[in-house]
Design a binder for this molecule. Structure first.
Ligand code: ZN
Length: 355
Protein backbone atom coordinates (compact mmCIF):
# COMPACT_ATOMS: atom_id res chain seq x y z
CA UNK A 1 0.00 0.00 0.00
CA UNK A 2 1.24 3.49 -0.77
CA UNK A 3 2.49 5.31 2.32
CA UNK A 4 0.15 8.19 3.28
CA UNK A 5 1.74 11.62 3.43
CA UNK A 6 0.68 14.83 5.16
CA UNK A 7 3.20 17.43 4.07
CA UNK A 8 4.19 20.44 6.18
CA UNK A 9 4.68 23.14 3.55
CA UNK A 10 3.91 23.98 -0.06
CA UNK A 11 3.43 27.07 -2.23
CA UNK A 12 0.69 25.70 -4.51
CA UNK A 13 -1.58 28.69 -3.78
CA UNK A 14 1.16 31.06 -5.01
CA UNK A 15 1.56 29.03 -8.21
CA UNK A 16 -2.19 28.97 -8.75
CA UNK A 17 -2.41 32.73 -8.12
CA UNK A 18 -0.12 33.16 -11.12
CA UNK A 19 -1.48 30.39 -13.35
CA UNK A 20 -5.14 29.77 -12.59
CA UNK A 21 -7.00 31.74 -9.94
CA UNK A 22 -10.06 29.52 -10.35
CA UNK A 23 -8.02 26.67 -8.85
CA UNK A 24 -9.43 24.30 -11.50
CA UNK A 25 -6.02 22.94 -12.56
CA UNK A 26 -5.44 21.79 -8.98
CA UNK A 27 -8.46 19.51 -9.17
CA UNK A 28 -7.18 17.55 -12.17
CA UNK A 29 -3.82 16.20 -13.17
CA UNK A 30 -1.26 18.07 -15.25
CA UNK A 31 2.46 18.71 -15.34
CA UNK A 32 2.61 22.33 -14.19
CA UNK A 33 4.44 22.73 -10.87
CA UNK A 34 4.47 19.99 -8.27
CA UNK A 35 1.01 19.42 -6.77
CA UNK A 36 -2.47 18.73 -8.03
CA UNK A 37 -5.02 16.19 -6.86
CA UNK A 38 -4.10 13.61 -9.51
CA UNK A 39 -0.39 13.61 -8.75
CA UNK A 40 -1.02 13.80 -4.98
CA UNK A 41 -3.19 10.67 -5.19
CA UNK A 42 -0.54 8.78 -7.15
CA UNK A 43 2.13 9.80 -4.61
CA UNK A 44 0.09 8.94 -1.51
CA UNK A 45 -0.16 12.60 -0.48
CA UNK A 46 -3.45 12.85 1.42
CA UNK A 47 -3.03 16.42 2.56
CA UNK A 48 -0.69 19.18 3.60
CA UNK A 49 -0.16 22.66 4.90
CA UNK A 50 -0.82 25.18 2.13
CA UNK A 51 0.85 28.58 2.46
CA UNK A 52 -0.27 32.00 1.41
CA UNK A 53 2.81 33.99 0.51
CA UNK A 54 3.43 37.55 -0.69
CA UNK A 55 6.23 37.36 -3.26
CA UNK A 56 8.67 40.29 -3.24
CA UNK A 57 8.63 40.33 -7.02
CA UNK A 58 5.88 39.12 -9.31
CA UNK A 59 8.20 37.97 -12.07
CA UNK A 60 11.37 36.77 -10.35
CA UNK A 61 11.92 34.20 -7.61
CA UNK A 62 14.63 34.32 -4.96
CA UNK A 63 16.43 31.72 -7.08
CA UNK A 64 16.63 34.29 -9.90
CA UNK A 65 18.17 36.79 -7.48
CA UNK A 66 20.96 34.49 -6.24
CA UNK A 67 24.47 35.81 -6.65
CA UNK A 68 27.69 33.81 -6.43
CA UNK A 69 30.48 35.90 -4.90
CA UNK A 70 34.16 35.74 -5.98
CA UNK A 71 34.94 33.50 -2.95
CA UNK A 72 32.26 31.01 -4.04
CA UNK A 73 29.77 31.97 -1.34
CA UNK A 74 26.16 32.54 -2.38
CA UNK A 75 23.72 35.19 -1.29
CA UNK A 76 20.43 36.77 -2.22
CA UNK A 77 20.42 40.57 -1.76
CA UNK A 78 18.42 41.63 1.30
CA UNK A 79 14.71 41.77 0.57
CA UNK A 80 12.81 44.90 1.51
CA UNK A 81 9.81 45.23 3.81
CA UNK A 82 6.38 44.60 2.34
CA UNK A 83 3.51 47.05 2.81
CA UNK A 84 0.54 45.74 4.79
CA UNK A 85 -2.09 46.78 2.23
CA UNK A 86 -0.55 44.85 -0.66
CA UNK A 87 0.21 41.91 1.64
CA UNK A 88 -3.37 41.69 2.83
CA UNK A 89 -4.75 41.87 -0.73
CA UNK A 90 -2.38 39.14 -1.95
CA UNK A 91 -3.11 36.96 1.09
CA UNK A 92 -6.87 37.24 0.65
CA UNK A 93 -6.64 36.45 -3.08
CA UNK A 94 -4.67 33.26 -2.32
CA UNK A 95 -7.06 32.29 0.49
CA UNK A 96 -9.88 32.77 -1.99
CA UNK A 97 -8.25 30.21 -4.30
CA UNK A 98 -8.18 27.68 -1.45
CA UNK A 99 -11.84 28.36 -0.65
CA UNK A 100 -12.78 28.02 -4.35
CA UNK A 101 -10.91 24.72 -4.61
CA UNK A 102 -12.79 23.36 -1.62
CA UNK A 103 -16.16 24.52 -2.96
CA UNK A 104 -15.61 23.26 -6.53
CA UNK A 105 -14.07 19.95 -5.50
CA UNK A 106 -17.40 18.16 -4.93
CA UNK A 107 -16.12 16.90 -1.61
CA UNK A 108 -12.66 15.86 -2.84
CA UNK A 109 -10.88 18.62 -0.88
CA UNK A 110 -11.63 19.87 2.61
CA UNK A 111 -10.04 22.76 4.51
CA UNK A 112 -9.19 21.27 7.90
CA UNK A 113 -8.71 23.14 11.15
CA UNK A 114 -7.60 20.36 13.49
CA UNK A 115 -5.66 17.11 13.37
CA UNK A 116 -8.92 15.25 13.96
CA UNK A 117 -10.45 16.97 10.91
CA UNK A 118 -7.46 15.89 8.80
CA UNK A 119 -7.89 12.29 9.90
CA UNK A 120 -11.65 12.40 9.33
CA UNK A 121 -11.13 13.82 5.83
CA UNK A 122 -8.56 11.16 4.97
CA UNK A 123 -10.88 8.43 6.28
CA UNK A 124 -13.38 9.66 3.64
CA UNK A 125 -10.67 9.66 0.90
CA UNK A 126 -10.82 13.45 1.02
CA UNK A 127 -7.70 15.56 0.53
CA UNK A 128 -6.96 17.64 3.66
CA UNK A 129 -5.79 21.21 3.20
CA UNK A 130 -4.57 23.12 6.25
CA UNK A 131 -3.96 26.83 5.78
CA UNK A 132 -0.73 28.63 6.66
CA UNK A 133 0.47 32.20 6.26
CA UNK A 134 4.17 32.46 5.34
CA UNK A 135 5.14 35.79 6.87
CA UNK A 136 2.68 37.95 8.81
CA UNK A 137 2.90 41.11 6.68
CA UNK A 138 -0.87 41.04 6.13
CA UNK A 139 -1.41 41.50 9.87
CA UNK A 140 -1.38 45.02 11.31
CA UNK A 141 -0.05 46.13 14.69
CA UNK A 142 -3.38 45.59 16.49
CA UNK A 143 -3.57 41.96 15.21
CA UNK A 144 -7.20 42.34 14.03
CA UNK A 145 -6.42 40.53 10.77
CA UNK A 146 -5.21 37.53 12.77
CA UNK A 147 -8.72 37.04 14.15
CA UNK A 148 -10.25 37.20 10.67
CA UNK A 149 -7.68 34.85 9.13
CA UNK A 150 -8.25 32.42 12.01
CA UNK A 151 -11.97 32.50 11.26
CA UNK A 152 -11.12 31.69 7.60
CA UNK A 153 -9.40 28.53 8.82
CA UNK A 154 -5.76 29.56 9.11
CA UNK A 155 -4.06 27.40 11.73
CA UNK A 156 -0.34 27.94 11.05
CA UNK A 157 1.68 31.12 10.72
CA UNK A 158 5.26 32.04 9.96
CA UNK A 159 6.05 35.24 11.87
CA UNK A 160 8.36 36.26 9.05
CA UNK A 161 9.48 35.20 5.62
CA UNK A 162 13.11 36.10 4.76
CA UNK A 163 12.69 39.87 5.18
CA UNK A 164 12.07 42.31 8.04
CA UNK A 165 8.55 43.01 9.30
CA UNK A 166 7.00 44.90 12.21
CA UNK A 167 7.17 41.59 14.12
CA UNK A 168 10.75 40.45 13.55
CA UNK A 169 13.52 39.76 11.09
CA UNK A 170 13.54 37.00 8.54
CA UNK A 171 16.83 35.29 7.87
CA UNK A 172 18.44 36.36 4.56
CA UNK A 173 19.49 33.59 2.14
CA UNK A 174 23.25 33.12 2.50
CA UNK A 175 25.62 30.19 1.99
CA UNK A 176 27.68 29.39 3.90
CA UNK A 177 26.30 31.25 6.90
CA UNK A 178 24.82 30.67 10.33
CA UNK A 179 21.19 31.78 10.87
CA UNK A 180 22.44 34.40 13.36
CA UNK A 181 21.83 37.47 11.19
CA UNK A 182 19.94 40.47 12.58
CA UNK A 183 17.86 41.32 15.62
CA UNK A 184 15.23 39.35 17.51
CA UNK A 185 11.45 39.73 17.67
CA UNK A 186 9.91 43.13 18.36
CA UNK A 187 7.37 43.72 21.15
CA UNK A 188 4.68 43.28 18.51
CA UNK A 189 6.28 40.01 17.47
CA UNK A 190 6.09 38.74 21.05
CA UNK A 191 2.43 39.80 21.19
CA UNK A 192 1.79 37.91 17.94
CA UNK A 193 3.33 34.74 19.41
CA UNK A 194 1.10 35.09 22.48
CA UNK A 195 -2.02 35.56 20.37
CA UNK A 196 -1.15 32.54 18.24
CA UNK A 197 -0.69 30.45 21.41
CA UNK A 198 -4.10 31.57 22.66
CA UNK A 199 -5.81 30.74 19.36
CA UNK A 200 -3.95 27.43 18.86
CA UNK A 201 -2.22 28.66 15.69
CA UNK A 202 1.10 26.92 15.05
CA UNK A 203 4.04 29.39 15.11
CA UNK A 204 6.44 28.42 12.32
CA UNK A 205 10.13 29.34 12.80
CA UNK A 206 11.30 28.47 9.27
CA UNK A 207 12.64 31.75 7.76
CA UNK A 208 13.12 33.28 11.22
CA UNK A 209 16.64 34.40 12.14
CA UNK A 210 18.38 32.87 15.14
CA UNK A 211 17.74 35.66 17.68
CA UNK A 212 14.05 35.60 16.77
CA UNK A 213 14.05 31.82 17.12
CA UNK A 214 15.38 32.04 20.69
CA UNK A 215 12.77 34.70 21.47
CA UNK A 216 10.06 32.26 20.33
CA UNK A 217 11.52 29.48 22.49
CA UNK A 218 11.48 31.80 25.52
CA UNK A 219 7.95 33.11 25.01
CA UNK A 220 5.88 30.46 23.22
CA UNK A 221 3.86 28.01 25.27
CA UNK A 222 3.38 25.69 22.30
CA UNK A 223 5.84 23.21 20.74
CA UNK A 224 8.47 24.92 18.56
CA UNK A 225 7.99 24.10 14.89
CA UNK A 226 9.93 24.70 11.68
CA UNK A 227 7.72 23.51 8.83
CA UNK A 228 10.38 23.45 6.10
CA UNK A 229 14.01 23.59 7.27
CA UNK A 230 16.99 21.23 7.24
CA UNK A 231 20.12 20.45 9.24
CA UNK A 232 22.78 23.17 9.23
CA UNK A 233 25.35 20.50 10.18
CA UNK A 234 24.79 18.87 6.77
CA UNK A 235 24.13 21.96 4.59
CA UNK A 236 25.45 25.18 6.17
CA UNK A 237 22.93 27.59 4.65
CA UNK A 238 21.44 30.37 6.80
CA UNK A 239 17.93 28.89 6.36
CA UNK A 240 18.81 25.63 8.11
CA UNK A 241 18.69 24.84 11.83
CA UNK A 242 21.76 24.46 14.02
CA UNK A 243 22.08 21.52 16.38
CA UNK A 244 21.38 23.83 19.34
CA UNK A 245 18.13 24.97 17.71
CA UNK A 246 17.10 21.36 17.11
CA UNK A 247 17.86 20.53 20.76
CA UNK A 248 15.45 23.30 21.80
CA UNK A 249 12.79 22.04 19.38
CA UNK A 250 13.14 18.52 20.78
CA UNK A 251 12.85 19.83 24.37
CA UNK A 252 9.57 21.56 23.40
CA UNK A 253 8.25 18.36 21.74
CA UNK A 254 8.23 20.24 18.46
CA UNK A 255 8.68 19.11 14.85
CA UNK A 256 10.88 20.00 11.87
CA UNK A 257 9.75 19.27 8.31
CA UNK A 258 12.43 18.18 5.80
CA UNK A 259 12.69 20.76 3.00
CA UNK A 260 13.19 19.23 -0.48
CA UNK A 261 14.88 22.35 -1.94
CA UNK A 262 18.30 21.33 -3.21
CA UNK A 263 19.75 24.70 -2.07
CA UNK A 264 18.94 23.68 1.52
CA UNK A 265 19.98 20.03 1.06
CA UNK A 266 23.34 19.98 -0.68
CA UNK A 267 26.62 20.37 1.20
CA UNK A 268 27.83 22.68 -1.59
CA UNK A 269 24.69 24.88 -1.49
CA UNK A 270 24.05 24.46 -5.21
CA UNK A 271 20.64 24.32 -6.88
CA UNK A 272 20.92 21.11 -8.88
CA UNK A 273 17.97 18.84 -9.66
CA UNK A 274 20.32 15.86 -10.04
CA UNK A 275 20.73 15.66 -6.27
CA UNK A 276 20.57 12.06 -5.00
CA UNK A 277 17.84 11.13 -2.52
CA UNK A 278 20.60 9.89 -0.18
CA UNK A 279 21.30 13.58 0.46
CA UNK A 280 17.78 13.81 1.90
CA UNK A 281 18.19 10.74 4.09
CA UNK A 282 21.49 12.19 5.36
CA UNK A 283 19.49 15.17 6.68
CA UNK A 284 16.78 12.87 8.04
CA UNK A 285 19.39 10.77 9.85
CA UNK A 286 20.86 13.87 11.48
CA UNK A 287 17.44 15.30 12.34
CA UNK A 288 16.29 11.98 13.85
CA UNK A 289 19.48 11.88 15.88
CA UNK A 290 18.79 15.36 17.30
CA UNK A 291 14.98 15.49 17.38
CA UNK A 292 14.01 11.86 17.94
CA UNK A 293 11.46 9.82 15.97
CA UNK A 294 8.51 12.09 16.89
CA UNK A 295 10.28 15.31 15.94
CA UNK A 296 10.86 14.80 12.20
CA UNK A 297 8.36 15.21 9.36
CA UNK A 298 8.22 16.41 5.74
CA UNK A 299 7.99 20.01 4.51
CA UNK A 300 8.44 19.63 0.76
CA UNK A 301 8.35 23.29 -0.35
CA UNK A 302 6.61 21.91 -3.46
CA UNK A 303 5.75 24.67 -5.94
CA UNK A 304 8.32 26.90 -4.23
CA UNK A 305 11.63 25.13 -4.80
CA UNK A 306 13.82 23.13 -7.16
CA UNK A 307 13.47 19.57 -5.81
CA UNK A 308 15.56 16.48 -6.59
CA UNK A 309 14.73 14.88 -9.94
CA UNK A 310 14.30 11.55 -8.10
CA UNK A 311 11.09 13.00 -6.62
CA UNK A 312 10.12 15.44 -9.38
CA UNK A 313 6.66 16.24 -8.05
CA UNK A 314 4.01 14.91 -5.64
CA UNK A 315 3.64 11.71 -7.70
CA UNK A 316 7.29 10.93 -6.93
CA UNK A 317 6.92 10.90 -3.14
CA UNK A 318 7.04 7.06 -3.00
CA UNK A 319 10.67 7.34 -4.21
CA UNK A 320 11.52 9.26 -1.02
CA UNK A 321 9.68 6.64 1.03
CA UNK A 322 11.75 3.96 -0.71
CA UNK A 323 14.93 5.89 0.14
CA UNK A 324 13.85 5.98 3.81
CA UNK A 325 13.28 2.22 3.79
CA UNK A 326 16.66 1.70 2.09
CA UNK A 327 18.19 3.74 4.93
CA UNK A 328 16.73 1.24 7.39
CA UNK A 329 13.66 3.11 8.67
CA UNK A 330 10.90 0.72 9.75
CA UNK A 331 7.20 1.11 8.87
CA UNK A 332 6.34 2.85 12.13
CA UNK A 333 9.09 5.45 11.71
CA UNK A 334 8.21 6.04 8.05
CA UNK A 335 4.56 6.64 8.97
CA UNK A 336 5.58 8.98 11.81
CA UNK A 337 7.75 11.08 9.48
CA UNK A 338 5.34 11.05 6.55
CA UNK A 339 2.04 11.53 8.39
CA UNK A 340 1.67 11.11 12.14
CA UNK A 341 4.13 13.67 13.49
CA UNK A 342 2.48 16.71 11.91
CA UNK A 343 -0.92 15.68 13.19
CA UNK A 344 0.44 15.10 16.69
CA UNK A 345 2.17 18.47 16.95
CA UNK A 346 -0.87 20.29 15.57
CA UNK A 347 -2.94 18.64 18.31
CA UNK A 348 -0.36 19.53 20.98
CA UNK A 349 -0.32 23.16 19.74
CA UNK A 350 -4.10 23.41 19.92
CA UNK A 351 -4.16 21.82 23.39
CA UNK A 352 -2.50 24.96 24.83
CA UNK A 353 -5.09 27.28 23.24
CA UNK A 354 -7.07 29.28 25.78
CA UNK A 355 -10.16 30.19 23.76
ZN1 ZN B 1 9.49 29.10 2.68
Amino acid sequence: MTQRIFDGHNDALLRLSRKDRTGAIFLGEGNDGHIDLGRAARGGMTGGIFATFVPPDNDRTTADLRQTMPDGSIHVPDIQREGQQRALAVTLSQLAIALRIERKSAGAVRICRTAAEVEAANADDTFAMMLHMEGAEAIGPDLDELEVLYACGMRSLGIVWSRPTIFGHGVPFRFPSTPDIGEGLTERGLALVKSCNQLGIMVDCSHLNEKGFWDVTRHSEAPIVATHSNAHAVCPVSRNLTDAQMDAIRDSEGVVGLNFATFFLREDGKRIAATPLETMTRHLDHMLNKLGPRGVALGSDFDGALVPVGIGDAAGLPNLVAAMRAAGYDDELVDAICYRNWLSVIARTQSVATI
